[in-house]
Design a binder for this molecule. Structure first.
Ligand code: ATP
Ligand code: MG
Length: 759
């Protein structure tokens, strides 16, 4: 057949072309963000097809998310036009393994119609096993066991392969329970997520014929985001590619952000060992971001010791510096971002008007989304949440809201059904049916029905006593609604604590649990903006009503983890504060491993931006009704100064940047500003900084975030802090001061909120 033209190759640089045209043998493309790895991988697939090197079904391509798989499919389709019949195997490890396992289920004693358990089912099963083994679930929660088993599966260990070093896991009973769990799954004809890969691997290892079949079948393997594969995934790939060695992996060690889920960056280093003679391609030209953005990202990631190291350059026009702005608190930050987005949409600073589709807010923790969602709903800004439900749709938020609804209106049967056995109270389907029947027969609500059932002794045992406790609680909390001495915020906390709902997540050892607890705190925080519980419930039901998916432009909100591989002309990175980003957990850990992973997340975040990148932080956040002063993230100190412009919050210097004007939003913000910036501490700070020429942004930066202003302080100096009052400096560490306050005791605070007492 005559060679088809290859116009798509013209869109590539020489290094990319090398990776695309080296069709046979192992290829490793190791390169920084935005250098066109994914583009090259996609083009490689097109080239394989176009040159008739492979038929569609002979290509196996693995992406990290289903969304990425869809996108790649679309691009290949577009590049190939009508020419391609059939589609390559394209999907995540999980989606591909499900298909394979269905074909070969019997080889691991399953039927092909096996069910895939979700984490709830998985946990229920483990709980039964834990109970049967007479283990104290309080001390050794089943969730902990679930987490351990997951990790083992990520490492590709079947029960008999778990190494001796792990023998002490879960009070020494981990391995035995893992064995029982796998047996039980088989009896149920079920698998969990980890099994999808593990079973396929077992099959490949024990059935040469099957492995050979797939090696013949998948003659070309392509893997994106290779740095985030775990050991099980890596071994699986190695088995499949073992014969023909036609495997092309692309990744960036600086973007490895799933270590907490078992991903191992070391897989990249192993590649050249396992596939000797591999073509290793390095890409250095970045096509995504402006030089300032790139320099800022490179500056931050340079702080990591454990990296392969690489240079990036770009031909893009200089563009704007990375913008940095400090806010008084989280709500102020959300308000400012909202106004800024409106301004960009209209066209600002000589820039063309920008579509909302081209803007994204990337947060470290999903609970941060709440403030933005609330704000956007208030100002009618269309938005979408990517990679997860919106805040008020999250499971734990819906659960908590159901409790609140029940406290305000005990006849809310739907709410009762949702929480009666959450946390588990030993009230299974049977018990719940009894409650339903009693309620129906007596023509009363479920809460009343439940009370009647208990009176009639229609329930016994643990279920009965737990139900009694719940009903008693509901009555007690109900009486406190509207009570002058107990605020609705306190009441909400009380409900979540006394119902044991909070505890349920505290005991939870899955990786999602800390995030869920944060979301619950955030929910309580949201309550503070309302007069009472009813008002808040109305607000949320209106929000939920508004959720119909309308077409049109929308701002995207997502976590940094979900933003992997994506790009946007304008990116907002809020909440750069120690304890939030980097996360408290990574800071508490000994060693730098966790912190380095956080730094890679910062790198991923900044490198999503094409033209405008805005980093922000707040000086204060409310946690459980308590104001907490926040330290700007240590990553902010690592941003190279030459590439950063510091913006001043609106109002601080008499209006100024970002004061968009017009609309209810800005009136509100002015009022709030007036309150905030009238505080004595802020005024002092303002007075001091106005002695400097404000036309030089770097000066503002000194004032807002840098240690320069701090060095003016000395040990023993008497100072004033706007929240804690007067005190003496007993420690200085960069831009953080340890102060012995006269009223508040010893605290660490950010220097920018402190002024000399005699200023
Ligand atoms: P990440 O590490 O973030 O996943 P990546 O290396 O996969 O990034 P791509 O998403 O493939 O990078 O490419 C980044 C941007 O650069 C895309 O908009 C892409 O279309 C563009 N691009 C890639 N290669 C070239 C090229 N040779 N010429 C022009 N534009 C390119
Ligand atoms: Mg990519």
């Amino acid at each position: 057949m005559a060679a088809r033209p290859t116009p798509y190759l013209d869109d590539l640089n020489p290094a990319q072309r090398e990776a695309v045209e080296a069709l046979e043998g192992p290829v490793l493309m190791l390169a920084g963000a935005g250098t066109g790895k994914t583009k090259a991988l996609t083009t490689r697939m097109v080239h394989l097809l176009n040159t008739n090197t492979a038929r569609p079904n002979e290509i196996l391509a693995v992406t990290f998310t289903n969304k990425a798989a869809r996108e790649m499919k679309m691009r290949v389709g577009r590049m190939m036009g009508e020419a391609v019949e059939g589609m390559p195997w394209l999907g995540t490890f999980h989606s591909i393994c499900v298909k394979l396992l269905r074909r070969h289920a019997e080889l691991v004693e399953l039927k092909s119609n096996f069910t895939i358990l979700d984490t709830d089912d998985q946990l229920r099963l483990l709980k039964q096993l834990v109970a049967a083994a007479n283990i104290d679930d309080k001390r050794w929660p089943a969730r902990m066991l679930a987490g351990i088993i997951d990790q083992w599966k990520n490492r590709a260990w079947t029960p008999d392969q778990v190494p001796a070093a792990e023998a002490s896991a879960y009070d020494g009973k981990g391995v035995a329970l893992y064995t029982q769990y796998q047996t039980r799954l088989r009896e149920l004809n079920a698998v969990d997520f980890g099994d999808l890969l593990l079973h396929m691997e077992t099959i490949f290892q024990t059935h040469d014929d099957v492995l050979e079949q797939y090696r013949r079948w998948f003659r070309y393997i392509l893997v994106d985001e290779y740095q985030d594969t775990n050991v099980a995934q890596y071994l699986w790939l190695r088995l499949l590619a073992g014969g023909h060695r036609n495997i092309c992996c692309v990744g960036d060690d600086d973007q490895s952000i799933y270590g907490w889920r078992g991903a191992e960056v070391g897989n990249i280093l192993r590649f050249e060992k396992d596939f000797p003679g591999a073509t290793v391609v390095r890409l250095e030209q970045n096509y995504r971001s402006t030089p300032h953005i790139l320099a800022a990202a490179s500056g931050v990631i340079a702080g990591n010791k454990d990296r392969l190291g690489k240079e990036l350059w770009t031909q893009a026009e200089e563009g704007e510096k990375v913008r940095l702005i400090g806010h008084w608190d989280g709500d102020e930050e959300a308000r400012w971002v909202g106004e800024e987005i409106e301004a960009m949409q209209r066209g600002t600073r000589g820039m063309q008007p920008m579509s909302l589709d081209h803007m994204a807010i990337l947060v470290r923790a999903s609970h941060q989304m709440r403030a933005f969602e609330d704000r956007f709903l208030t100002i009618g800004m269309p938005y979408r949440v990517i990679g997860g439900p919106r805040f008020y749709e999250r499971m734990e938020i819906r659960d908590a809201m159901a409790y609140f609804r029940l406290v305000v209106s005990p006849a809310d049967d739907l709410a009762f059904e949702r929480v009666v056995n959450t946390p588990k109270r030993g009230l299974g389907d049977k018990a719940q049916q009894k409650i339903q029947v009693t309620a129906r027969q007596n023509g009363v609500s479920l809460v009343e029905g439940a009370a009647l059932l208990l009176e009639e002794k229609g329930l016994t045992g643990k279920g009965a006593s737990e139900l009694g406790k719940l009903l008693e609680g509901l009555r007690r909390w109900g009486r406190l609604v509207g009570d002058k001495d107990v605020s609705h915020v306190e009441l909400a906390e009380m409900v979540l604590d006394e119902s044991d709902y909070t505890e349920m997540w505290q005991l939870d050892k899955t990786p999602e649990a800390p995030g869920r607890l944060e979301n619950l705190k955030e929910l309580v925080k949201a309550l503070e903006g309302f007069e009472n519980l009813q008002g808040f419930l109305e607000h949320v039901s209106l929000i939920m009503d508004n959720e119909s998916e309308e077409a049109g432009e929308k701002v995207s909100i997502m976590t940094l983890h979900a933003a992997k591989g994506l790009e946007f002309p304008a990116v907002f990175l809020p909440g750069w504060e120690d304890g939030l980003f980097p996360s408290q957990r990574s800071m508490d850990e000994s060693g730098v491993k966790g912190l380095e992973e956080e730094r890679r997340l910062a790198y991923v975040g900044i490198t999503r931006a094409e033209e405008v990148c805005t980093i922000s932080f707040a000086g204060n956040r409310r946690v459980y009704g308590q104001w907490q002063s926040q330290m700007p993230s240590r990553f902010i100190d690592e941003l190279p100064e030459d590439h950063v412009e510091v913006l001043t919050p609106p109002g601080l210097y008499g209006g100024g940047y970002g004061a968009a004007g017009g609309g209810l939003g800005s009136i509100e913000s002015r009022v709030a500003e007036a309150n905030v910036y009238n505080s004595p501490g802020w005024k002092r700070m303002q007075a001091r900084s106005q002695q400097r020429p404000m036309s030089q942004p770097q000066e503002a930066r000194d004032m807002v975030i840098d240690a320069q202003a701090v060095s003016a302080h000395e040990m023993g100096e008497r100072v004033f802090h706007q929240k804690f009052g007067y005190g003496a400096i007993i420690g200085i560490e960069g831009d953080k001061l340890e102060i012995d306050f006269e009223k508040a005791g010893v605290k660490k605070v950010v220097a920018r909120f402190v002024t000399g007492a005699d200023d």
